[in-house]
Design a protein around this ligand. Structure first.
Ligand SMILES: Cc1cc2nc3c(=O)[nH]c(=O)nc-3n(C[C@H](O)[C@H](O)[C@H](O)COP(=O)(O)OP(=O)(O)OC[C@H]3O[C@@H](n4cnc5c(N)ncnc54)[C@H](O)[C@@H]3O)c2cc1C
Length: 405
């Protein structure tokens, strides 16, 4: 049997299938396996999230119900055991994020390769082009090297983000050619393009701010943490997570607001402003905010407040001060678009899971055809959730492939 793709899900599928004594060949056009895996978690690889499956499922953005059975069969605790037994000790950091103790993603990819090879898996530098079937069952694969007979193939070709790693979206067309529906693919965990004001703030990184995402007037997401202004808009952990909530309509239908002082109630912030103003009463307004706001933000804040910068602080009216307070608590950022799919951490959408058996990952349309990993329409937030999706679905496919025969 063949596994197409030597990424996270493909290698886990290969280990599980070869461990059952099956003859497994992984087709990986890069030759070297795990090219994306090696850059995950900024080179440290956030392997999984150290939590119970029911808690884990709350961080799945689409098709959590489909994931349930494979996740329970191979949960984060099993992934931790797997890598520890494969010689890669793991540690759990803040937010239940699990990393190798070595902080080196290569150790995870190398361990998978070693486990697959020692179970007899062959890895070939080859690209899957199409799948041959007779009477609704897989009979062979066509690759860039030729045609080869087989009774099963697990498609683990990943999404379409970071195409330089090999994930160029081939699996979507292959799935469609087999009669499968592919739901629209879109970037997720992706920076957002926003109004030109952001470019003025380029490089400004904010900690302990609260970011809110609205669709119209409806609050969809609010969290406290870090974000970053860039030449195109906004990025950083809060923004990447916010992007996973933008699933309907256009990005322009959504807007962000930033609470720059989430620890202060509006009343407390007003008291703070009054105190700062009384200490600076003979200074220009533009020079009175240094203690309260990052330097880079002050010109933008002054402009948006509508208070002339050279106004003497002791002449700022109550109304003006309250407007400034509201702006600090609720700084609006107009959104324009996602950054391109190529810059997204994951691809949302993919092979429609209603046509896949959630226990085995086998196609309900073609016998012997399986899908696992990001090619499926399942994705999660940051924190190790997307790799766990790859481990659980890859393991389910490898454990089930050719079982009946
Ligand atoms: C920068 C970055 C950092 C990330 N960090 C994390 C993290 O720390 N934790 C986390 O949980 N998730 C992280 N992710 C997401 C995670 O890497 C992916 O969700 C995961 O790798 C998906 O696994 P996969 O096996 O489905 O696909 P991939 O890992 O993308 O593997 C797919 C493989 O298929 C091969 N392939 C493509 N077409 C063909 C074909 N026609 N024939 C044969 N092979 C083919 C590709 O070369 C590739 O090697 C990160 C993603 C990025 C981009």
């Amino acid at each position: 049997m063949f596994v197409a793709g030597g990424g996270a899900s493909g290698m886990m599928a290969a280990v599980a299938a070869a461990g059952r004594g099956l003859s497994v060949t992984v087709l990986e056009p890069n030759g070297r396996v795990g090219k994306k895996l090696r850059i995950t978690g900024k080179g440290r690889c956030n392997v999984t999230s150290d939590c119970e499956p029911q808690e884990f499922l709350k961080s799945i953005c689409s098709n959590a119900r489909f994931l349930k059975s494979s996740l329970y069969a191979f949960p984060p605790s099993a992934v931790k055991d797997f890598f520890s037994e494969a010689g890669v000790p793991l540690k759990t950091e803040r937010g239940e994020r699990v990393f190798p103790v070595s902080d080196n993603a290569n150790d995870i990819a190398d361990a998978l390769e070693k486990a697959a090879k020692s179970a007899g898996t062959v890895i070939r530098k080859e690209r899957l082009l199409s799948i041959e079937t007779v009477d609704g069952a897989v009979t062979g694969v066509k690759t860039d090297r030729g045609s080869f007979p087989c009774r099963a193939v697990i498609v683990c070709t990943g999404g379409r983000s970071y195409p330089g790693t090999g994930s160029t979206g081939d699996g979507y067309a292959i799935a469609e050619s087999m009669g499968h529906t592919v739901t629209p693919i879109m970037p997720s965990l992706v920076p957002l393009e926003a109004e030109p004001m952001c470019a003025q703030l380029q490089g400004l990184s904010l900690r302990n701010v609260a970011l809110s995402l609205y669709r119209g007037d409806k609050l969809i997401y609010r969290e406290q943490g870090e974000m970053l202004f860039t030449h195109f808009g906004v990025s950083g952990p809060l923004v990447l997570t916010a992007s996973t909530f933008i699933r309907q309509g256009s990005v322009r239908d959504y807007r962000l607001t930033l609470d720059l002082k989430p620890a202060l109630t509006p009343e407390k912030l007003d008291e703070r402003l009054l105190r700062d103003f009384s200490e600076n009463k003979n200074r220009d307004f533009v020079n009175s905010l240094d203690a309260l706001l990052p330097k880079k933000l002050i010109p933008v804040m002054v402009e948006r407040s509508g208070i002339p910068p050279r106004t003497k602080v002791n002449t700022v009216s109550r109304e003006q001060r309250l407007r400034l307070r509201d702006l600090i608590k609720c700084f609006p950022i107009r959104l324009v678009d996602f950054r391109p799919l190529s810059e997204a951490i994951v691809t949302a959408g993919g092979v429609d899971v209603s046509q896949i058996d959630p226990r085995t990952m086998e196609s309900k349309l073609v016998r012997g055809l399986y899908f696992a990993g990001e090619v499926l329409d399942v994705d999660g937030r940051t924190g190790g959730f997307n790799l766990q999706i790859a481990w659980s679905t890859g393991f389910a496919a490898g454990r089930s492939v050719l079982k009946k025969e």
